[in-house]
Design a protein around this ligand. Structure first.
Ligand SMILES: NC(=O)c1ccc[n+]([C@@H]2O[C@H](COP(=O)([O-])OP(=O)(O)OC[C@H]3O[C@@H](n4cnc5c(N)ncnc54)[C@H](OP(=O)(O)O)[C@@H]3O)[C@@H](O)[C@H]2O)c1
Length: 289
C-alpha cells in the first residue's frame, strides 16, 4: 500500500535524484518529480516536465506534500548557466514554491567544506543557497556531501572513461583526500531526514566512514585493470580547465578536489543509525567498475 504522504523531488533526471526516486518508489512513497525534460517514471510517481518550473503547472500538484528534496544544481559554470542563476536564484524559486504550496520541509544537498569562509564560486553559491533555506522559515535539513559514488556519478564515469583510454590522470600530487559516500546510503538518509524529527533544522556532512587520498582511491578503483596512473602538473590541469569548457575537470572541480575537505562521519552515523557501505569494500568488490 502506498504511504499517505507525498514527497517532491526537483532535478529528477540527475544522478542523485534518479537513485532517490527509485528508493522512494520502492518504499511505496508517492512521488512528484520535476524535470526540465522528459524522463521515465517509477511506480507511485507523478511526473512534471517543465523547462522553467512553471508555477501554474507545478503548484496545484505539489500542494501539501510532506517535503521537497531539492536536487537541482550545477558544479560547472557557463556563460548561460552560472552558479548564481542555478544554485542561488533557482533555490530561491524552489523555497517560494514550498511556501506557496504549504510544504513545510526542504532537504538540500550543498557541498562538503561549504562555510561562511568559502572563497570560490561554487562554494559561495552553495553557502548562499543554504542561507536562503535557513532564513526561509521552513524546516530544513542541509547535507554537505563529499563525492557521492554509484555506477554513474561524475567521478566514477571519469575514472571508467580514463581506464578505457589506458591512463588515469591525477591533477598534482594526488595527496589531497576525499571521503566518498555510497549513493544507496545517501538515498536512505535523505528519506530519513524527511520523516524523522531529529533531522529538523540540521546541517550535516554527508560523508562515508573512510577518507582516501585521491591517489589511493584511483589505485583501488583501477587495481584489477592494467591502467597507468599519471600525475599531471597542476598548472597544466588548471590551464586545461580554464581554456577548454569541455575539459573533464572544470576549475571548480579542481578547487573541490584539491580543497582536501574532511567531514564528520560520526555525527551522521549517530543521527542516522544506518549501517554504511564501506567504500573500501565496494572498490574491492569491483562493483563500481
Ligand atoms: N554527486 C555528488 O557527488 C554531489 C556532491 C556534492 C553535492 N552535490 C549536489 O547534489 C545535487 C545533485 O547532484 P547530482 O550529482 O545528482 O547532479 P546532476 O546529475 O548534475 O543533477 C543535477 C540536476 O539539476 C538540474 N539542472 C541542471 N541545470 C539546470 C538548469 N539550468 N535549470 C534547471 N535545472 C537544472 C538537472 O535536472 P533535470 O535535467 O532533471 O532538469 C540535473 O539533472 C546538486 O545540487 C549537486 O551540487 C552532488
Amino acid at each position: 500500500m502506498t504511504k499517505d504522504f507525498q514527497i517532491v523531488v526537483t532535478g529528477a533526471s540527475g544522478f542523485v535524484a534518479k537513485n532517490v526516486r527509485k528508493y522512494l518508489s520502492e518504499r511505496n512513497v508517492k512521488l512528484i518529480s520535476i524535470s526540465r525534460k522528459n524522463f521515465k517514471k517509477f511506480k507511485n510517481e507523478t511526473k512534471i516536465v517543465s523547462r522553467n518550473y512553471d508555477e501554474k503547472i507545478i503548484l496545484p500538484k505539489i500542494k501539501n506534500s510532506l517535503g521537497l528534496i531539492h536536487l537541482v544544481g550545477i558544479g560547472k559554470q557557463s556563460v548561460k548557466n552560472d552558479f548564481n542563476l542555478i544554485n542561488v536564484e533557482f533555490t530561491k524559486k524552489i523555497v517560494n514554491l514550498c511556501k506557496r504550496g504549504k510544504i513545510k520541509k526542504i532537504v538540500y544537498t550543498s557541498g562538503l567544506g561549504v562555510s561562511k569562509k568559502s572563497s570560490f564560486g561554487y562554494f559561495i553559491s552553495k553557502y548562499q543557497a543554504e542561507q536562503l533555506i535557513i532564513k526561509s522559515g521552513l524546516d530544513y535539513t542541509i547535507f554537505r556531501p563529499s563525492y557521492i559514488v554509484g555506477n554513474d556519478d561524475l567521478l566514477t564515469k571519469y575514472l571508467k572513461t580514463q581506464i578505457k583510454k589506458g591512463e588515469i590522470q591525477i591533477p598534482g600530487s594526488g595527496k589531497y583526500s576525499i571521503q566518498p559516500i555510497y549513493i544507496n546510503d545517501v538515498s536512505q538518509i535523505l528519506y530519513k531526514s524527511l520523516i524523522e524529527k531529529k533531522f529538523k533544522k540540521q546541517i550535516l556532512d554527508l560523508v562515508g566512514l573512510e577518507s582516501f587520498t585521491f591517489q589511493k582511491y584511483v589505485m583501488l578503483f583501477s587495481k584489477t585493470t592494467k591502467t597507468r596512473i599519471k600525475n599531471i602538473n597542476l598548472e597544466s590541469a588548471y590551464h586545461a580547465a580554464i581554456s577548454n569548457p569541455n575539459n573533464e575537470f572544470g576549475v571548480d572541480d579542481l578547487n573541490l578536489l584539491i580543497g582536501d575537505f574532511k567531514g564528520n562521519h560520526k555525527k551522521l552515523q549517530n543521527m542516522s543509525k544506518i549501517s554504511f557501505q564501506s567504500i573500501n569494500e565496494l572498490l574491492d568488490s569491483g562493483r563500481l567498475l
